[in-house]
Design a protein around this ligand. Structure first.
Ligand code: NAD
Length: 461
């Protein structure tokens, strides 16, 4: 498909969604939250009694449609939110389609012996209420739905208002896939205009037994204060530590690749570097000379601080997920297209280092030695227990770092996205339950355990 054809499809979809009737013809989209939950509940009654094979057929159809629409999703996400880049967003959608676990993640444990047979089976919660961020909007909705459906649930989303059209496109596609595969409509639902009020309705609704929040600290705290079971996938500020045993040239390449992926939007992406003194200059030289990093002077750093934060110290949303070239242009610097990251050396307290920016800005903190580097990394991670990365060939040091940081994700000697199965082993997710401890969520996370015991029978050994 050519770029102009894709643009025309995106235009058509956007136009359709802007009709005065709201979201005419879009499956799973309702004007109010109570109706959305009611419809998802009716769909869950059908899903509940489906065979695993039927669930898998729907998931397979969702995967096919994601692959067919990966570029459309990517363009819609960038157009609507102004964040990220199309090329990397295509890769993220393909990753979701190809590697998100389905029903194979639902496993039964069993004990059999003299006194019979006991099973632990994973059953659905029912209708899950999910809140999604604008940084990975359709990626999160699609990945969440595959896992939740594999577990036998349906889902109602209260997405970020800044990404509603992209979310609606994803939800419509999911329901079309379900119906094409012989399943019900409304396996995923949302509201036309998500607000804090629609979110509050969802959090209090009697038919929502589980809430899943993916976003910053505010939403995770709100969900965990709701009185319901909550899975909280919150903010991070992942440090990347480099010591003198690392392959320094490769570390520079891996860290800049991870940091710049989708313009630094993934919550797991490298947000700052802590380099031990002996290799700090060498690392920065590779970053600047070989990896397309722009070395920002004190003056440019100050201009960036004044631009990427508002007067009240909040993040300027217009800067989140923008390219290094765009950010530099905002502060009056024109750079060639090969510049993909901004770097400088500074103390850990520097606002461009201490804050989770979600921009390709990689401040480098110099550490006296490994111990000092670990202490600074712990401080910079702010106790989020989310993600941390290290480049070292010394396993004792890697172990010490892992224990000190205590994060859901730790990548050693690779780019951060390796943790999502992209150039690394394992499965992807865009909901990393850092606050509540489930870690990388998958179908099994969205199920509850039931014990089923047969007394004194069915053990035939
Ligand atoms: P955000 O916190 O502004 O919004 C996330 C979602 O929560 C949106 O749908 C928003 O409308 C809603 N929300 C915000 N405050 C709320 C409240 N008090 N009550 C109810 N709903 C509320 O975040 P964002 O800018 O969309 O996404 C970026 C943030 O999310 C970053 O901090 C990033 O680290 C984090 N994130 C975490 C993960 C993870 O898996 N742990 C994944 C993606 C993003």
């Amino acid at each position: 498909m050519t770029e102009s054809q894709i643009k025309s499809i995106v235009g058509e979809v956007m136009a359709k969604m802007q009709l005065s009737s709201g979201v005419a013809g879009m499956h799973g989209v309702f004007s109010d939250m109570n109706t959305a939950i009611e419809k998802a509940k009716a769909a869950q009654k059908v899903v509940r009694v489906m065979s695993m094979d039927q669930r898998e057929k729907i998931i397979s159809c969702i995967r096919t449609k994601i692959k067919e629409n990966a570029e459309t999703f990517a363009r819609m996400g960038v157009d609507e939110t102004g964040m990220g880049n199309v090329g990397d967003k295509i890769l993220k959608h393909l990753l979701v389609a190809e590697k998100t676990p389905g029903t194979e993640d639902i496993r039964t444990e069993a004990w059999s012996g003299d006194r019979g047979l006991t099973l632990i089976e994973m059953g659905p919660f029912g209708v899950i209420g999910a809140i999604t961020p604008c940084t990975n909007p359709s990626e999160t909705v699609l990945c969440n739905t595959i896992g939740m459906l594999a577990g036998g649930n349906t889902v109602v989303f209260n997405p970020h208002p800044q990404a509603i059209r992209t979310t609606i496109f994803a939800i419509n596609l999911i329901n079309e896939a379900s119906m094409e595969a012989g399943g019900p409509d409304n396996i995923a639902c949302t509201v036309e205009k998500p607000t804090l009020d629609s979110s509050a309705v969802m959090m209090k609704h009697k038919d929502i037994p589980l809430l899943v929040a993916t976003g910053g600290p505010g939403v995770v705290t709100a969900v965990l204060s709701s009185g319901k079971r909550g899975i909280g996938a919150g903010a991070g500020n992942p440090p990347a530590l480099v010591d003198e045993t690392a392959d320094i040239r490769k570390a520079a390449e891996d860290i800049v690749n991870g940091c710049t992926f989708d313009n630094n939007l993934p919550c797991i992406a490298e947000k700052e570097i802590i380099a031990v003194d002996g290799i700090c200059d060498e690392l920065m030289r590779y970053m600047v000379e070989e990896q397309g990093c722009y070395l920002a002077s004190k003056d440019i750093q100050d201009r960036l601080v004044a631009t990427v934060f508002t007067e009240k110290g909040a993040l300027n949303r217009k800067c989140v997920g923008r390219s290094a070239k765009a950010l530099l242009k905002m502060v009056g610097v024109d750079v060639p297209d090969n510049i993909r990251c901004i770097t400088f050396e500074g103390p850990k307290e520097h606002p461009l280092i201490a804050e989770e920016l979600m921009m390709p800005i990689l401040g480098v903190v110099r550490a006296k030695n490994f111990k000092d580097a670990v202490e600074q990394a712990v401080w910079l991670e702010h106790g989020n227990r989310h993600s941390a990365h290290i480049h070292s060939k010394n396993v004792d040091r890697i172990t010490e770092y892992a224990r000190a940081l205590d994060t859901a994700i730790l990548v050693k000697n690779g780019p951060s996205y390796a943790a999502l199965g992209f150039g690394g082993e394992g499965f992807p997710t865009f909901t990393i339950a850092s606050r509540t401890g489930e870690g990388l969520t998958s179908a099994a996370t969205f199920t509850k355990r039931r014990r089923c015991t047969m007394s004194d029978s069915l053990c035939i050994r």
